[in-house]
Design a protein around this ligand. Sequence first.
Ligand SMILES: C[S@@+](CC[C@H](N)C(=O)[O-])C[C@H]1O[C@@H](n2cnc3c(N)ncnc32)[C@H](O)[C@@H]1O
Length: 282
Amino acid sequence: MQQPPLDDIRARFAAAPWEAIAPTSLGVARKVPSMLSETERKLYFWAARDWAQGRGAIVDLGCFAGGSTACLAEGQRQAGHGAPIHGYDRFTATSGVKKRVLQPAGIPPFRGRDILPVAQALLSPWSDRVTLHPGEIEENGWHGGPIEILVLDACKSTEAIDRMSQTFYPALIAGGALVIQQDYFHWRQPWIAAQMERLADHFVPLAPCPDSTMIFFCRKPPDAAALVRAACTRMRDKDLIAGVQSARARLAGFGMTDRFDHMIAAIRANPGQRIAWRFERP
Ligand SMILES: C[S@@+](CC[C@H](N)C(=O)[O-])C[C@H]1O[C@@H](n2cnc3c(N)ncnc32)[C@H](O)[C@@H]1O
């Protein structure tokens, strides 16, 4: 199916139509615990309901207990499409995360770290369309054909982002796929902005979505050579900083300059660090 001109797509996203969606439109998906902001949940729902045309899979990398996947699945259900939805996670949670995220959402306390049964139960309203892939995303791979929406919320190290992009980006639908970078503006993960700059010929920035998301349109999927050139594991700190500075300039119109400044300060305060959770606040 033909997509409208890029300027029309940009204008559509600039209007942030997901913001006007009533939370009740998400139905039971609202009840599935999530680490996302309410606006991000509405974005996921909107993307699956109003952007996707059912031309390819919806892939959620880092779905935790299923909150993000539920929003995508409910949006797709309401649109009447049937493309497969794939949720990837190691499906484990510490006792702190269980207390902070699961119990307030009504999940009774349980023993152990395994949350796969919880996610399966929470996603049961959409079990006809959702397949879960427990384990390390980097080791699970992709064998599912074209991808129309790719959500990334697990690029917590340079090694992870390189392996995930090499696995999933080549399957993106040219001139049709959305890439939703959940942690794009997170100061602990500056490699996401740096990598997207090196892939600027392939992805068009469309809109930010608070708290930390940036949405991109896939003009053409990167091939293996482009992904090698964009690899983050080989970037020195000065390359990372240059990448973030480039993103700061290119995305200036989105009003997120302070978030890029925070990333640059974080790189300077954490020399050589490439794992998000080890970053110290600058
Ligand atoms: C911020 S949480 C995701 C939140 C989720 N989208 C939601 O709606 O609540 C990030 C998730 O990514 C998962 N994750 C991070 N790195 C991973 C990896 N390399 N392989 C598998 N899962 C990973 C974590 O287990 C965690 O559940």
